[in-house]
Design a protein around this ligand. Structure first.
Ligand code: MGP
Length: 238
């Protein structure tokens, strides 16, 4: 039942059907395509870069469930690096949020996210913001911040993050943990970051407020951690 799939992807955006068309660097991800998007065959769009950072659907759904435990006064969700839409779609499907903003500076990735949200039937629940998240937080989204949770799945500087036994979040490219946390927490009390499974936990604990606990959750598939989320603020994850 491929209804939305009929559209032709813009330049630089693909829906790969055949292994032979898939660039070598992303073939490992393409082989997991149905785990990443259960509706892949309904016409999911991806840029080649987006494959590296997209959150697999079961993980995105679990994260959405955990983020939903934010205080009831938090009615807005800001997805700071929406990419091809994996997390945004899960947040929209959760039905928890009155307003969801999906911010993405790469127009091609944003086109994928919008299209993929259509495939999942939730595009009308999402406000799309093309641009830089730091800029958006200072302008367009400033007034929304008080009642918002900011979720960030930033770039980790590519798959080489896995070369390090303990990943140093102070050198994460292009945005370090400090840069992200400082910008996101300036006017928002509840922040969630999706980070490498090997992230240096000591660096994360430096952002715990004295009277608050900080929760770190590993998200696993087939018995192995894919990544972790750090919950900064008032979440009831456990
Ligand atoms: P991976 O380590 O590239 O793959 O990404 P995997 O399947 O663990 O490979 P293996 O060789 O260890 O078996 C694991 C998960 O991390 C992916 O599913 C993505 O959700 C996430 N991820 C990977 N990268 C490089 C990024 C990134 O740059 N940013 C974000 N936000 N997530 C990433």
């Amino acid at each position: 039942m491929a209804t939305v799939a009929a559209g032709v992807p813009p330049e630089g955006v693909h829906h790969y059907d055949n292994a032979g068309d898939v660039p070598f660097e992303i073939s490992k991800y393409w082989h997991q395509r149905h785990k990443i998007f259960s509706k892949y065959d309904d016409g999911i769009w991806m840029t080649d870069d987006a494959w590296f950072g997209v959150t697999p659907e079961p993980v995105a759904n679990k994260i959405a469930e955990h983020v939903a435990s934010a205080p009831k006064s938090k009615t807005t969700l800001i997805d700071a690096f929406a990419g091809a839409g994996g997390n945004t779609i899960a947040f929209a499907l959760s039905g928890r949020w009155s307003q969801i903003f999906a911010v993405e500076k790469d127009p091609k990735a944003l086109a994928c996210a919008k299209h993929n949200a259509e495939v999942y039937g939730v595009s009308n629940k999402i406000w799309w913001v093309e641009g830089d998240i730091f800029d958006a937080l200072n302008r367009k989204l400033k007034s929304a911040l008080k009642k918002a949770v900011v979720f960030g799945s930033p770039p980790w500087g590519g798959p080489t993050y896995a070369d390090f036994e303990v990943y140093d979040l102070s050198v994460m490219q292009p945005y370090s943990l400090d840069r992200l946390y400082t910008a996101f927490s300036r006017q928002c009390t509840d922040v969630v970051l999706y980070l490498p499974r090997t992230s240096d936990l000591r660096q994360l604990t430096q952002h715990a407020k004295e009277d608050q606990k900080l929760e770190v959750v590993h998200y696993c598939m087939q018995g192995a951690s894919k990544a972790l989320c750090v919950y900064l603020g008032s979440f009831a994850v456990g």
